[in-house]
Ligand binder design. Structure first.
Ligand code: ADP
Ligand code: MG
Length: 283
């Protein structure tokens, strides 16, 4: 049987948009000593916008954006939304294939167009400007047309304003925080510095996130908080999986112990405080 105090604490939490799936999940939450957080959409607003287009190989900004947007129309990735939103219009693309965590490619007006990460597409002559934009915390994708570098597109996704304060509070609560992201190391490190997170793991695939979380959870109780379908395996492997912005139909909420209906990270420290108090009463 679940103690009455736990039931009432879980009920109270739900009023603030924190859904705790069971008494056992609430108890585990109270024991958390490490929190792993996804970057994109969890620490950031998930409203990426194009700030800069750097053309190369004799192309111009409009061409680079239009060709990139042509293939990105077929993607649901947040970067794709930013690129199609910035383009004035886009031609039709055919035979589009997306490689999760890398990029996307297809045929546009008879030309093979690829858009993707600087790990997937060699930036060539754009190496230095791409590195500089990444050091500012922006994410860059490269665009090739028929295999030749045509340009780089820089996208900024701002940190949620409450993040530094939340990280400070968690540290005071004795919880260490790690950032896990598929984004590049320079962008991740810059945003982590602003957030006050010292442990950063970048350029990860979903299975890497799951492996890291499972490793941390073996040493001490570890929560993982994420929002994407990509994060479902990592949530499942944590002591407590926390899904953000859960709508009820997500793969993430299925594999989570705790779900936030909104994106307010400042609910984490009080949720932890309540769970610790609940634990103290049970034990
Ligand atoms: P995150 O963990 O930040 O959500 P992903 O694993 O989804 O990252 O993607 C990692 C990287 O792969 C992105 O930063 C981007 O460089 C590249 N990428 C993935 N999908 C696309 C796409 N549709 N268009 C361009 N680049 C992409
Ligand atoms: Mg993500």
């Amino acid at each position: 049987a679940v103690p009455v105090t736990v039931v009432s604490a879980i009920g109270a939490a739900s009023k603030f948009g924190v859904i705790i799936k069971s008494g056992a999940a609430f108890e585990r939450l109270g024991g958390i000593r490490h929190l792993a957080v996804d970057k994109t959409g969890t620490l950031t607003r998930n409203q990426p916008t194009v700030t800069t287009v750097i053309p190369a190989g004799g192309r111009n900004e409009d061409q680079v954006l239009a060709y990139a947007a042509a293939v990105e129309q077929h993607s649901t990735h947040p970067l794709a939304a930013a690129i199609t939103g910035a383009a004035a219009g886009a031609p039709v693309a055919q035979g589009v294939t997306e490689e999760a965590g890398h990029g996307i490619s297809g045929i546009v007006e008879g030309h093979r167009v690829a858009v993707g990460s600087p790990r997937w597409i060699d930036p060539g002559p754009l190496q230095a400007p791409v590195a500089a934009l990444e050091a500012e915390g922006q994410t860059c994708v490269l665009v090739t047309i028929d295999g030749a570098i045509a340009g780089a597109i820089a996208v900024r996704d701002e940190l949620r304003p409450e993040v530094p304060e939340v990280i400070r509070t968690l540290n005071h609560q004795g919880v260490e925080v790690s950032m896990l992201t598929g984004d590049n190391a320079r962008t991740a490190t810059t945003l982590a510095q602003i957030a006050g997170i010292t442990d950063v793991h970048a350029e990860l695939r979903p299975e890497d996130k799951a492996r890291i979380v499972a490793g941390l959870a073996q040493h001490r109780p570890t929560a993982m908080i994420g929002d994407g379908i990509n994060d479902a395996p990592a949530l499942a492997g944590a002591t407590v999986g926390i899904a953000m912005g859960a709508t009820g139909s997500d793969a993430a909420i299925e594999s989570a112990d705790v779900a936030f209906t909104g994106h307010d990270l400042s609910l984490i420290p009080p949720a932890l405080r309540h769970a610790r108090r609940g634990r103290a009463i049970i034990n």
